[in-house]
Design a protein around this ligand. Structure first.
Ligand code: HEM
Length: 394
């Protein structure tokens, strides 16, 4: 019997033994109570990402699929997806993200120095949330006074389990109003940021019409960038800190050889990916490993299981910062929905650990006292006590 309950706190505390059982015993698993299928082996997950005609995103990308029919890029299929993605990709370039590095570094230093003034600080709220939230806010132009609400709305919308659906609905409404207000504000006060650029970039749409984004479309881009731009990074950084603590030799390798930081980012994301699953809907009957997923059934691509697949990775449960990188980097998705924020996410995580380790090489986190969040497809913590320890003077 496989006890796969994606909403239980026990599962969120350590989903990896269940994932192994799924890969070994039921690579295409039917979860009767939730009426969903789950695919867990690396090769199958990659193939499902690639085959976006068979595995549609239009039914939503979480287990529940409640976001289906919304304006987000992530829930659009071809052809609609193509235009919207091309437009944001035009603005979200590697060069533009690379230019953020000095800002990201300065912010990291400021946050870490301030946090370390306390004997014990909260690694999540004092550092890992503040960093990506400020970076994405700067990039897309969210004024300071809106930022707290944006983080609150994002968490409410992704929350599952204990949270009252009425509260989620209220947060959604408040969030819509906030974004409408932000767009009015930005039209009146244009500046050199991603949203102003999006407002002024014309592209030929699916109907062959060259046009600008409407206010409604802009609000959708705003919301998805604000949410996607900080939720995952703020989970990835604490996941990485815990991994470094569990595997001290890897922390030491980074201290000895700073050229390993870029690879360490990939290993953090492989070892404990913040985005644990991508939901799809079968657009036709598909037979895999002798199981037929009937057309119309919700099917989860278990990224968290795929990145620990021993068929692909040697000793997958070992955190190894010098591991040969997985070139597909499936933790960022693959195919048409591949993450838009890859360059930014990699930059933020790399700089966060460079600055943390170069200042506080002996930092200590206390996962036993952490609070874990049960979000539909995101794995991470909402608080993690940390002691900075002795400082290195540079
Ligand atoms: C460690 C950090 C991150 C991880 C692990 C991550 C992961 C992912 C994954 C797995 C997908 C594919 C979803 C699917 O196929 O259904 C995705 C899509 C997306 N991500 Fe990220 N992401 C991260 C950071 C970011 C950042 C910083 C941004 C924005 C600045 C961002 C924006 C997006 C957007 C807009 C999409 C939808 C793309 C599309 O549907 O074409 N992500 N991300």
């Amino acid at each position: 019997m496989i006890d796969f309950d994606p909403y239980s706190i026990e599962f969120h505390n350590d989903p990896y033994p269940v994932y192994k059982q799924l890969r070994d015993e039921a690579p295409v698993y039917f979860h009767a109570p939730l009426n969903i299928y789950a695919i867990s082996r690396y090769a199958d997950v990659v193939e499902a990402h690639r085959d976006n005609e068979t595995y549609s995103s239009a039914g939503g990308v979480t287990i529940e699929g409640t976001e289906a029919g919304g304006a987000s890029l992530i829930t659009k299929d071809i052809p609609e997806h193509r235009w919207h993605k091309a437009l944001v990709t035009k603005v979200f370039t590697r060069e533009r993200m690379g230019a953020m590095e000095p800002f990201v570094r300065e912010l990291c230093v400021k946050l870490l120095e301030k946090a370390a003034e306390k004997d014990e600080f909260d690694f999540v709220n004092d550092f890992a949330v503040q960093l990506p939230l400020s970076v994405i806010s700067e990039l897309i132009g969210i004024p300071e006074e809106f930022r707290h609400d944006i983080h609150y709305f994002a968490n409410m919308m992704l929350a599952r389990g204990e949270v009252d659906p009425a509260q989620i609905y209220k947060a959604q409404k408040a969030s819509d109003a906030t974004y409408a207000e932000l767009i009015r504000y930005r039209r009146a006060h244009p500046r050199d940021d991603v949203i102003t650029l999006l407002m002024n970039t014309e592209l030929e749409d699916d109907q062959g019409v060259v046009r600008l984004l409407t206010d409604e479309e802009l609000a959708a881009r705003f919301l998805e960038l604000a949410v996607a731009g900080h939720e995952t990074v703020s989970k990835a950084i604490p996941n990485g800190a815990v991994a470094m603590q569990r595997f001290p030799s890897e922390r030491q390798k980074l201290l000895d050889d700073p050229s390993l930081f870029a690879g360490a980012v990939e290993e953090i994301l492989r070892f404990d990916p913040p985005s644990q699953l991508q939901g799809r809907t079968a657009a036709r009957d598909v037979t895999l490993h002798g199981v037929t997923i009937p057309k119309g059934y919700r099917t989860m691509l278990l990224t968290g299981a795929a990145t620990r697949d021993e068929r692909k990775f040697e000793a997958p449960d070992v955190f190894d910062v010098a591991r040969d990188n997985d070139m597909v980097s499936i933790y960022f998705g693959y195919g048409i929905h591949r993450c838009l924020g890859i360059h930014l996410a990699r930059l933020e995580i790399r700089v966060a650990f460079q600055e943390l380790l170069s200042r506080f090489p002996d930092f200590e986190v206390f996962p036993d006292r952490a609070t874990r969040v049960v979000l539909s497809n995101v794995r991470g913590m909402s608080s993690l006590p940390c002691r900075a320890g002795a400082r290195t003077y540079m």
